[in-house]
Each structure stands twice: as structure tokens, then as C-alpha cells.
Design a protein around this ligand. Structure first.
Ligand code: ADP
Ligand code: MG
Length: 398
């Protein structure tokens, strides 16, 4: 895939109507009060939005929120986003009552340079997730240029994330530009040695990532719940640890692939176990493959921490996806924290992908020490799997 895509800076936007796909899929309070509990994604859209306005564009912003499944659902309306966006921008945000209906069309037609219109939740339209060309055409008809800045949605071929680019010149905003530069750069032409740290709960959700990074990386480090499937596959005793029996053969294949490719593959040598899956579990540290029944592996152990931290010390690039343990429980967050700290102390380009990994790094206080924390959980995973991202592929090449 070509990651070298045109950005808003490569086209003339002055006086143009611009359809800007944002990721305003923000968490809302569960009580239906319309309170946004975290506005990070709205803030993340500001640089591109502000740039377009400063250049004299009229901006028609759109996004999905939640899964209304093609029905209008007032609880998933973007109206609260318009209010918050207006506060952050310090200017009016006009809210449309529909996506491509009469109200949206009229407001888009009347929109002046420097003004912002927000369309309703794109998934109120049945055609959105089906990438219906009629919906894509209707969206495109409002504007003269399409700018995508919704990295969190680029792995989906939907009308507002990909389809619309069939009918308008399409470029990226600053958020996607950075994702492509940093992650795309690390995948296509990494500063070596490239170390990939892979963890999280399941092998099955990371098969593509492990497989692809074994093609690219110099060292692959395995931690988290998935490590126990590797251990079991090698005949280790894993007690009640997370294990995906169906994926043991795959784990062995990956070990063989690493050997064949000359990639250094590191597996945990010890593990911190708990007597139950709970914050107040009794803990015990044992060697890998020696977990007694009644205990489950919850974190990498201290010897593993040392091994993994020394493996990243001289790295040129580190890609990290998946926590090393159940970091949500403080007693089992040490492995994840030690790795985060090691990354913060290297001169390497450090890239964090995956929703829970990003949350872990944030929660543990290392977010501003990383080169890049991806804004898209699922999208960053598919990116690291080497899959083509429809919302990126549709943008104009440089
Ligand atoms: P990401 O969202 O970064 O891709 P995953 O969704 O794959 O990461 O995995 C994150 C989850 O994995 C966390 O909720 C964490 O508690 C869990 N996890 C990590 N290690 C273990 C383990 N040893 N046993 C059970 N769950 C684990
Ligand atoms: Mg996750």
C-alpha cells in the first residue's frame, strides 16, 4: 500500500466547500443526558478543522457515532458534539437535522467560507455501512473537496469513509497524515533495529499482526495473555491461564517462522500469577511453563521484564501493541509499566497501537513520552497487519 498521500496542504482549499470526515465517535454518559465523557476525539479534529477555516474554506463536518444500524436514534445524535465543538472552536457550529436530507442540503448550500456545518450521524443512513454509491454521491454533492481525518474509521469501506472519494478529490487531514508518516514509515522503511512488542489477551485477535511483524521486525516480543497459548503449545504447564487451544499450532508455526526468518522471538521466562482473576488476588511468581492448577498468569515476571527492557534499549523503532498483563489491576500492571518506562527512556521511535495499549500508556502516565499513540484502535491493528485500509487507499497519491 502507498502511504504517501496528498494532504490538505497539497490542494487549494480557499473558498471551497470541504466535506471533512472526522471521528466524533465519543463516549457519552449512559443516562441519555447527552453529556460527552471524553472529548479527546473532538479536540483531535481541531488542527485540521482550524486550518481549513483559516484558509477560507467552508467546512461540512461529518462522523458516525455508535451503531444506530441505519435508523435515526436520538441518543446517538451528534448534537452534543456540535455544542462541544463550538465551545472548542470559539465559533458557531451549525447543526443539520439529517445527513443528506433536505435540511442538510439546504444548510450546506447556504454555507459561507469560515463557517462550520455538522451533519447528523452518518450511520442514521442505511447506506453508510453498505458503502452505498447513492449515499456517497449525495454526500459528495454538497462539497468540492473531501478531506478524511477519521483515522479510527479508515479500516472500514463505508460511504463517508471511502465511497465518497469516488466522486470528489480526496486528501488527508493532519491526523491521518501523522498516522501514515509514523506507522506507515515504520512498516515500510523502519529505522532499525525494529522491535515489535505484542501482547493483549488473545492470539486469535493478533494473528495478522504477529504474522506481518515477523516479516518486518528484527525482534518480536510476546507478552500478555497470548503468551500462555505459546507456552502451552511448547508443552508448558499454564494452570488456569488464558489459553486458546485452537491456536497452539499457529503459535508453533510462528516460532518456526521466526527461526526461519532469523527474527529474534522473545517469550516470557517467568510470570506473575493470581489465584483468581481479580484486583485483590493472591500473587505468586513462577517460571514460565510451571504454573500450578488453580493459578493463572496475569503479568510478565521480573526476569522477563529485564529481558524485554534490555531488548528495546538499542532499538531504532519500537512498535507496541497489546499490554503485557492485566494492567487494569495495579498488582498486575508492573510488566506493562516497566515496558512503558523502558520505551520512554530510549531514543527509538516509539509507536503505540491498539485501544487498550493506548489506554494503558495514558493511565500509567507515559503518553507524552511516546513518539506516537495511534488514534485508531481497530484501524491501527489492521494497519500493522499490513492490510490495505480503504479509507487511506481512496486518497490521492502524492
Ligand atoms: P489492544 O486493545 O491494545 O489491541 P487487546 O485488546 O488485545 O489490546 O488486549 C488488552 C487486554 O488484554 C487488557 O484488557 C488486559 O487486561 C488483557 N490481558 C493482558 N494480559 C492478560 C492476561 N495475562 N490474562 C488475561 N488478560 C490479559
Ligand atoms: Mg482491545
Amino acid at each position: 500500500m502507498n502511504y504517501n498521500k496528498k494532504t490538505v496542504k497539497d490542494v487549494d482549499v480557499a473558498g471551497k466547500k470541504v466535506l471533512l470526515r472526522c471521528d466524533f465517535n465519543v463516549p457519552m454518559a449512559k443516562d441519555g443526558s447527552g453529556v460527552i465523557t471524553d472529548d479527546k476525539r473532538i479536540r483531535a479534529a481541531l488542527p485540521t478543522l482550524q486550518y481549513l477555516l483559516d484558509q477560507g474554506a467552508a467546512v461540512i463536518a461529518c462522523s458516525h457515532m455508535g451503531k444506530p444500524k441505519g435508523e435515526v436514534n436520538p441518543e446517538l445524535s451528534l448534537k452534543p458534539v456540535a455544542v462541544r465543538l463550538s465551545e472548542l472552536l470559539g465559533r458557531e457550529v451549525i447543526m443539520a437535522n439529517d445527513v443528506v436530507g433536505e435540511d442538510a442540503m439546504a444548510k450546506a448550500a447556504a454555507l459561507q467560507p469560515g463557517q462550520v456545518l455538522l451533519l447528523e450521524n452518518t450511520r442514521f443512513e442505511k447506506g453508510e455501512t453498505k458503502n452505498d454509491p447513492e449515499l456517497a454521491k449525495a454526500l459528495a454533492s454538497m462539497a468540492e473537496l473531501y478531506v478524511s481525518d477519521a483515522f479510527g474509521a479508515v479500516h472500514r469501506a463505508h460511504a463517508s469513509t471511502a465511497g465518497v472519494a469516488e466522486y470528489l478529490p480526496a486528501v488527508s487531514g493532519f491526523l491521518i497524515q501523522k498516522e501514515l508518516e509514523v506507522i506507515g514509515g515504520a512498516l515500510a522503511n523502519p529505522k532499525r533495529p525494529l522491535v515489535a512488542i505484542l501482547g493483549g489477551s488473545k492470539v486469535s485477535s493478533k494473528i495478522g499482526v504477529i504474522n506481518n511483524l515477523l516479516e518486518i521486525a528484527d525482534t518480536v516480543i510476546i507478552g500478555g495473555g497470548m503468551a500462555y497459548t505459546f507456552s502451552a503449545a511448547q508443552g508448558g504447564k499454564i494452570g488456569d491461564s488464558l489459553c486458546e487451544a485452537d491456536w497452539q499450532d499457529y503459535a508453533n508455526e510462528m516460532v518456526a517462522k521466526a527461526a526461519q526468518k532469523g527474527v529474534k522471538l522473545l517469550l516470557p521466562v517467568d510470570t506473575v500469577c493470581g489465584d483468581k482473576f481479580a484486583a485483590d488476588a493472591k500473587t505468586m511468581t513462577v517460571n514460565s511453563g510451571e504454573i500450578p492448577d488453580g493459578w493463572e498468569g496475569m503479568d510478565i515476571g521480573p526476569k522477563t521484564v529485564e529481558l524485554y527492557c534490555s531488548a528495546v534499549k538499542d532499538a531504532g523503532t519500537v512498535i507496541w501493541n497489546g499490554p503485557m498483563g492485566v494492567f487494569e489491576f495495579p498488582a498486575f500492571a508492573k510488566g506493562t509499566e516497566a515496558v512503558a518506562q523502558a520505551l520512554s527512556n530510549t531514543d527509538a521511535i516509539t509507536i503505540i497501537g491498539g485501544g487498550d495499549s493506548a489506554a494503558a500508556v495514558q493511565q500509567l502516565g507515559y503518553a507524552d513520552k511516546m513518539t506516537h499513540i495511534s488514534t485508531g484502535g481497530g484501524a491501527s491493528l489492521e494497519f500493522m497487519e499490513g492490510k490495505e485500509l480503504p479509507g487511506v487507499a481512496c486518497l490521492l497519491d502524492k
